[in-house]
Write a protein that binds this ligand. Structure first.
Ligand SMILES: N=CN[C@@H](CCC(=O)O)C(=O)O
Ligand SMILES: [Zn+2]
Length: 418
């Protein structure tokens, strides 16, 4: 036994007798699957980090379960890295279920927005909500996400559209980060829509000159995002916001080519954004530009499903060598908090294999958030965030689409669900 093990064994969390352990992306080019998978495995964690991954026999010899603070006998079930959801708008108030009905009767998403509904309706409800109500709404959604196996979530502001409310939303994200187990990654998205009281140019000025400096001053956002779309922010306005964000230390992200091909993907490539998201209308040139500049494509199949739109071309991205990520896009227009369901849609509707969908929901999703600490893997040194499945194989994540195939969830080596 190593000295490190002798001195730390008692603090360890050990999950043993794992039938199928998904460690992370495969490093073997000749492998048929993009995942590194170990059978009859175990994983041990100390101080929230993975310290050993290997055969159940070897790991339990070094970290005996009987000495561990938390010991889980997986009894042959599969264990995968905790899911990372890299695109949500989870902090808001109000209800838009009637718009869902209107869309089923033929109303268009953008028409609803132009008429003051959609995002603008959520903005009115959000501005009226108290800080505590916003926090309670957000933590409620996060509880559901955790039960579905998600351990890291990006959350955007963007239903305030004024300095005071945008800051309140980012503060709610900050408070929620402390109040529950999921790690939250905050994104400032003042440029989500143009508020009813201003015209677009005036509003872009307000985002750049007032909102961004205030957000940067508080130090409560990591990314800056913009809805680059016909009728919302054009490419030049989007560029202005993202460049100003970058000057304040916020890494760009772009809502790109969702309803029209406006140029958001090329902009994301130009600015070396962390990700370009949606991409339903991305063309081959856009895909190449994103791959060449290392921008992660984040695909949001729940949105296409809910709107009845054609899905993004996941296969074209994968064939171009892109590290495709999946996300829920949870928002009042896309009421799904399940990364498992995103994987089902990725597999059934976008032609991804269950392994590609799982990789897209773990390691690649972490790349979209610039997380380089091993998040989304269960390699040594990574955060010990894991899902013990209720099944013998990771394939059950995409296969089951009624309830999550989750038996238990570990965050930083502690059982936080199940
Ligand atoms: N497309 C822009 N923003 C969200 C939708 C927000 C809303 O409709 O409230 C999205 O990513 O899908
Ligand atoms: Zn979005």
């Amino acid at each position: 036994m190593s000295e490190r093990a002798a001195s730390t064994t008692e603090a360890a969390c050990v999950v043993f007798d794992i039938g199928e352990l998904v460690v992370g992306p495969s490093t073997d080019d000749s492998s048929e699957t993009p995942l590194e998978i170990r059978e009859n495995a175990a994983v041990a964690a100390v101080d929230g980090e993975v310290v050993a991954v290997g055969s159940s026999e070897d790991v339990t010899r070094e970290y005996p379960p009987e000495n561990a603070e938390t010991a889980i006998d997986a009894e042959g079930r599969a264990v995968v890295p905790g899911f990372v959801d890299p695109h949500t708008h989870a902090v808001f108030a109000g209800d838009r279920s009637d718009e869902f009905e209107a869309k089923l009767r033929g109303a268009e998403y953008q028409e609803i927005l132009e008429e003051g509904g959609g995002i603008l309706r959520t903005v009115r409800a959000t501005r009226e909500a108290s800080d505590d109500d916003l926090l309670a709404n957000l933590t409620g959604h996060l509880e559901t996400m955790l039960a579905h196996g998600t351990t890291t979530v990006e959350v955007k502001s963007g239903y305030g559209l004024d300095t005071e409310t945008e800051l309140r939303l980012l503060e709610a994200i900050d408070r929620a980060d402390d109040a529950q187990p999921i790690d939250l990654v905050p994104t400032f998205m003042g440029a989500h829509a143009v508020p009813e009281e201003q015209d677009t140019e005036e509003y872009v000025d307000a985002v750049v000159e007032e909102q961004l400096p205030a957000v940067a001053d508080q130090g409560i956002a990591r990314f800056c995002d913009v809805f680059c779309e016909e009728g919302v922010f054009d490419v030049e306005q989007s560029r202005r916001v993202l460049e100003a964000g970058a000057e304040h230390g916020l890494t760009p992200k772009v809502h790109a080519e969702e309803f029209t091909r406006l140029g958001g993907a090329q902009l994301a490539a130009d600015l070396e954004a962390a990700s370009a998201d949606h991409l339903l209308h991305a063309a081959e040139d856009d895909i190449d530009a994103l791959v060449d500049s290392g921008v992660v494509p984040v695909l949001l199949p729940g949105t296409a499903f809910g709107l009845g739109e054609a899905y993004a071309d996941a296969r074209a991205f994968l064939e171009a060598g892109a590290p495709v990520a999946l996300a829920t896009d949870f928002n009042p227009n896309c009421h799904s908090r399940s990364m498992g369901f995103a994987q089902t849609l990725g597999a059934v509707e976008m032609g991804m294999t269950p392994a590609e969908a799982l990789l897209a929901s773990t390691h690649n999703a972490a790349l979209a958030l610039d997380l380089d600490d091993g998040t989304g893997t269960l390699r040594e040194g990574a955060p010990a965030d894991a899902v013990v499945l209720e099944a013998p194989s990771y394939v059950h994540v995409a296969y089951r689409f009624d309830t999550p195939a989750v038996d238990g969830v570990l965050k930083a080596g502690e059982v936080v669900h199940g």
